[in-house]
Design a protein around this ligand. Sequence first.
Ligand code: SF4
Length: 367
Amino acid sequence: MYEIIQSAKKRLCKRLLILGHHYQREEVLVHADLIGDSFQLSKMAAERSVYSDGVNDSVAECEIIIFCGVHFMAETADILANSPSNLAKRGGRRVNVILPDLVAGCSMADMASYESVSDCWEQLSNVIDINELIPITYVNSSAELKAFCGERGGIACTSGNAEAVLKWAFSKGQRILFFPDQHLGRNTAIKMGIPTSDILVWRRGEPELGGNSLETICNSRILLWDGFCCVHQRFLPEHIDEIRNAIPNVRVIVHPECKQEVVMKADEAGSTAYILKRITESPDGSSWAVGTEGRFVERIAKQNPNKIVVNLAFQPSYCSTMGLVTLQNLAEMFQHIENGNPINIIKVNENIANNALIALQKMLANS
Ligand code: SF4
């Protein structure tokens, strides 16, 4: 498999770009041209599909992006790489974005459907001034929900720029509807000093107002969708107590998709890119317990042999859908590309893509 992929990469050369998310399997990531979190990879997809020298635009040779990640990431890459301005620079030529396994989704993204968020919006529009409500979608969501935000004066965010995005939203309106991850929304709001009494959870399945009273909704500043990441949900405050007992002077760093009580107890919290930077730049001999996806933690540990880097929980927490991309299906993608019939192309509907682009461009501008 390794040989098939490497020789095909050489033949395709600059026509192909492989993007790999930090949570991917090691044997897949060795083939990636660029590795990053969803935010970094989105930016790379946008930038590397069109090269600009700052004076005269010159068209990149990239024709295909293989996105080793999950579905919403490939959608975002398609929207950014094939934005109207990028298409114009390439004379209308599209860059095909391929997801090696179409089943690779995100359970958190699936917790907020377009229909359920639209229903929430409609219910709220009956009880509050909807013009004062700013929708924010975490980038871990479908293109339809990004379009929903783009159409309604809203914005997308990542775990790396959630605070800047919330500040932007409060400059535009009184109140925020944040989906799908309640924990990123809550942790960011608390970090900004917003009292917990101003933060509500909209519970799917409740017959009216997400299980809230009209009065609490009117007094709230942030309404959080009740979604979560099952990978980060597994970390508990007890794990922090246990690791502090086991490793003296350990520094606990967690992802803001973890629960509030875990983030509050940790020494620091930040995006995947932040965690990587902090540990990489820390002095030799330092000790870290990391509350995020297991494959990523194991890779940081390998890259930092002179430091102690361990999973926060005794049992590592792996993202099963990220793990669906394998050497076999990566090699299969190459065979289809070289035979002239690429498969698993992710192409977002044009109208949805245009509206989603509005929310994504604001997100990039607030990074
Ligand atoms: S780690 Fe969580 S948020 Fe990220 S892709 Fe997996 S399920 Fe989704």
